[in-house]
Design a protein around this ligand. Structure first.
Ligand code: F6R
Length: 610
């Protein structure tokens, strides 16, 4: 994810900024840049690649400046390049801006600014901010210009502005993207993350949504969205540098599990209109006419992404009424798949670089299929080679075990099913509106599931001595069971299997004996009674069953040893919520067993070899 640092004080700004950006490197980025005020001009140096590349370009220059802003960019709008790297400037060269977040209405703003004669140098959404500030900038009043400009922005932002006319101040604003003020001794900082400034100060103010802050070398002032000055509480950071990188969590995996509400919100942002009950996927170029030409859909991916594909299969078949195969990429590519120019192939890949998924994509393209990529990494190889790209906007995932990437992939699959079903008319407007409304509530519901982390933690203590575990479910619950067992295997090194509950009696039931742990997912209304019968089958053999179901379903308590509840939503969307306790279970069990949670043995984050 992008990182921000701003500095104003007596030290060399460039040194402070570069060092701060280095502290944010662990978050992942593809380019970096700084802007510093040197004399009466803003000098901007930026580079695609690593901070070492930026340093090489700086070559020791600008070391006399004491005010500046810096940024590490993780591409969203516009591929990784020197031009798209931040900071971005206005036409006059007086104003420079760094920004984290996504400006959803940037196209509309850009058109307005182009008509006003502004010239853009990048493909980013951020560049509209510097031009918008320029548009409102009058009488050396940068603060009012930032107020007006931010009032026109839709989406999320944390931004810091540097202006040649105000060499004694930096101005920052935030909405739905973190930003802090570092309070030093005759020096002040802005940063998106604590590690960036930890070397210089542990005293901070946390900015809230809608606030605009101004720092000079002697003070900080913060104003709320109505322009009223607010008194901020000073906080003291106790964390060491390593804990700060993980936002105070012990591991990246648990940090990423807890980031899911925000990540899900970002995936949905700008793509659904819950009042109108419609989905708006500009990214998909297939119109109704082209879609009518499609005979079949193949969803191809590996590992966790494949499990997201299984949910996608259910959703698309249900809402679009078209045959869908979900396939493991390493199988798909070698089995002469029945794919041609009347096929739609959807590849799912967090990294966008997985060798098997990429080969499957190329195979599909060779056969003339239309390919949609669902990926988290802008500019990744699958995003460049696919016909259409649906980004998941989960932010960088650092832990090897995928969590927030998976749940955001699920959202992407639901959005796609809604888009295709609406275009083809297989989905009524009322049904689409009902799903859209439920999707809009998913981020809040995910936050509610996370409130049960402590309960799952004590369950995980018990789980840490398991030799085997069985995850069972029917329909969509079976697909979630597959993901649950993979998580447990990969980070806690425990043997686990997932079964379609109705299939147990055809063999696996022989393995169920006294006290064997079974995790039974029971969220699918239409299959509920059948699922309870399957739970009774394992109960009869003495299994220790934990059920996962919707709040209010007290009935299940009669059939199982304990129940984990998730907030009510449509059964179709339940996987996004029911997987969260399973992620927490594997995490806490792995910690209890002393496993290397973020880097499990034998595994790599991105598998770029066959
Ligand atoms: C498991 C996990 C892997 C990946 C798989 C595909 O937690 O992360 O199973 O899902 O290696 O990776 P991507 O999505 O990058 O193609």
């Amino acid at each position: 994810m992008c990182g921000i640092v701003g500095y104003l004080g007596k030290k060399s700004a460039v040194e402070v900024l570069v060092e701060g950006l280095e502290r944010l490197e662990y978050r992942g980025y593809d380019s970096a840049g700084i802007a510093a005020l040197e004399g009466s001009a803003i000098e901007i140096v930026k580079s695609k690649g690593k901070i070492a590349d930026l340093k090489a370009k700086l070559n020791g220059n600008l070391s006399g400046s004491t005010i500046g802003i810096g940024h590490t960019r993780w591409a969203t709008h516009g591929r990784p390049s020197d031009a798209n790297a931040h900071p971005h400037r206005d036409c006059t060269g007086k104003i420079a801006v760094v920004h984290n977040g996504i400006i959803e209405n940037y196209q509309e703003l850009k058109e307005f600014l182009l008509e006003e004669g502004h010239i853009f140098l990048s493909e980013t959404d951020t560049e509209v901010i510097s031009h918008l500030i320029e548009h409102y900038y009058k009488d050396n009043d940068l603060f009012t210009a930032v107020q007006y400009a931010t009032s026109r922005l839709e989406g999320s932002y944390a931004l810091v502005v540097l202006c040649t006319d105000c060499p004694d101040r930096l101005i920052a604003a935030r909405k739905d993207s973190p930003l802090i003020v570092g309070l030093g001794d005759e020096e002040y900082f802005f940063a998106s993350d604590i590690p960036a400034i930890l070397k210089h100060t542990r005293r901070i103010n946390i900015l809230d949504d809608g606030e605009i802050a101004l720092i000079t070398s002697s003070k900080v002032e913060v104003y709320n969205s109505t322009g009223k000055k607010v008194a901020k509480k000073e906080m003291y950071v106790e964390w060491d540098a390593e804990a700060a990188e993980k936002g105070g969590y012990d591991h990246f995996m648990i940090k990423e599990i807890h980031e899911q509400p925000q990540a899900l919100q970002k995936t949905l942002s700008g793509r659904i209109h819950s009042e109108k009950g419609i989905v708006d996927l500009k990214e998909v170029s297939l119109d109704a006419e082209k879609l009518r030409n499609i005979n079949n859909v193949a969803i191809v991916a590996c590992g966790t992404a494949y499990h997201a594909g299984l949910i996608g299969k259910y959703a698309i078949e249900k809402l679009v009424r078209i045959p869908v195969e979900a396939d493991i990429a390493s199988e798909f590519r070698y089995r002469n798949p029945l794919i041609d120019d009347r096929s739609l192939v959807i590849v799912i890949s967090q990294s966008g670089e997985t060798a098997d998924t990429l080969a499957a994509l190329r195979e599909a393209k060779k056969r003339g299929a239309h390919v949609i990529a669902v990926t988290n990494v802008v500019g990744s190889t699958v995003s460049r080679e696919a016909d259409d790209v649906l980004y998941t906007w989960a932010g960088p995932e650092i832990a090897v075990a995928s969590t927030k990437a998976y749940t955001t992939q699920l959202v992407a699959m639901y959005l796609l099913a809604l888009d295709l079903g609406t275009k083809l008319g297989t989905l009524s407007q009322e049904k689409a509106a009902e799903i859209v409304k439920a999707l809009a509530e998913i981020p809040n519901n995910a936050a509610k599931v996370l409130e049960q982390a402590e309960k799952v933690k004590s369950w995980a203590k018990e789980a840490s001595v398991w030799k085997d575990a069985f995850f069972i479910g029917r329909g969509l619950d079976w697909a979630v069971a597959m993901e649950g067992q993979l998580k447990l295997k990969e980070i806690s090194y425990m043997h686990a299997e997932a079964y379609a509950a109705g299939e147990l009696k055809h063999g696996t039931l022989a393995l169920i004996e006294e006290r064997i742990p079974v995790i039974a997912l029971a969220t699918q209304e239409e299959l509920y009674d059948k699922m309870v019968s399957n739970i009774e089958e394992v109960n009869a053999r003495g299994a220790n069953v934990t059920g996962v179901t919707f709040e209010g379903n007290k009935e299940l308590e009669k059939a199982v040893n304990q129940v984990i509840y998730i907030p009510e939503t449509l059964p179709l969307l339940a996987p996004i919520l029911s997987v969260i306790p399973l992620q927490l279970l594997s995490y806490y069990a792995a910690v209890e067993r002393g496993c290397d949670v973020d880097k499990p043995r034998n595994l790599a984050k991105s598998v770029t070899v066959e």
